[in-house]
Design a protein around this ligand. Sequence first.
Ligand code: UD1
Length: 430
Amino acid sequence: MDRIRLVGGNPLNGELPISGAKNAALPLMIASLLTDEPLTLTNVPRLADVTQLQRILVNHGVGVALEGRRRGEDDMLGQRITFTATDIVDTRAPYELVSKMRASFWVIGPLLSREGQAQVSLPGGCAIGTRPVDFYLDGLRALGADIEIDAGYVHARAPGGRLKGATVHFPRVSVGATHTILMAAVLAEGRTVIENAACEPEVGDLARCLVAMGAKIEGIDTHTLTVDGVEKLHGAKHAVLPDRIETGTYAMATAMAGGNVLLKGGRADLLQAALDVLGETGAHITQEEAGIRVTQNGNGIRPVDVETDPFPGFPTDLQAQYMALMTRAEGVTHIRETIFENRFMHVGELARFGADIKIDGQVATVTGVPELTGAEVMATDLRASVSLVIAGLVAKGETLVSRIYHLDRGFERLEDKLGRCGAEIERLAG
Ligand code: UD1
């Protein structure tokens, strides 16, 4: 299994391109199941999760055509992929495919609304909490679906072959349940109102693509989505929005290592809460035409307490990276995780660098230390793994991160991007 080797101490300087958002690309790819015409996505990141979802879609009968890179083209540019679901050949999403990635469960929405039935294995994905699917199933039931769970599979059927619009109220904000019910509602008969919908930018990106495909959706980017079902959707072309989590990760890496980096293509409006916090910690952040510039001139890192929240709050997907940064702050920081109940798995690994972190329920208390020391550490989940890289950027001596398949699920060519900005980092094969 590949590992990443880092030697800490170099500042980051230069340009670092931001890829298309994984969490937008996945639901957008799934939306291709809703039409028999081609859906072309541009700025698709090159990630293990994208490849895995392609396999799942192919299994349902979707044609996947990848456009090759042109000679001389920037090798960091996103992919252009056309998905064509002329016929859905299989409405079953099997365990061996779905268990690798939780988002693949979302196919249940479009399969049910287009084909009137779906059999989808209960999901897997990062072990960051129990992550149930009750909101999804209650939402689909509200739209008239009959749902049974048998031998680890959800069997869903729309009586008469078509879902019926209804009001769906989520007990708490859920990104995946919002994606799923939105995709189910666009082809349902009549009006669906989704209350307490997630308004993460990736939900807005999906909704805008669905509108380009002919869907009728009001309230995009708010907590109430109103959908008037249509008989049919058509093909479209859509560019995946930039990855705000990747942007925030490299902003934190720069705040940690010091230096001056242009996060090319990054959009501050997608992660303002996190950037505001970084500004308070002492980093200097400006939106330029080409992207976000982050500078930190070694004036010390100030401790700033944060609490994770749904958008527009501080994202849970940046919590581990922020904790890594705070291990070097000049004082004590409290970090409260409110989205997932088991998202402090990186704490034990950060301790190997010499970090001082105590956990009490959902709150981590981080006491900054003057120096971290390189260590052998293990990635435990997608976002946690990159927090170890951030720590390694400043740790004295060598750091070896193993189990980096977690990293490859969500960060495109991380070692190339950081390496080009001056980090001493390499991938060790084997
Ligand atoms: C998505 C993101 C993930 C991010 C998370 C929160 C993708 C591919 N993944 O995950 O990176 O960390 O949003 O921003 O986009 N819940 C229930 N019942 C349900 C559904 C959710 O109780 O049926 C709970 C979850 O356990 C969690 C909370 O709701 O505590 C929010 O989870 P949710 O927004 O659904 O996360 P995902 O969509 O899985």
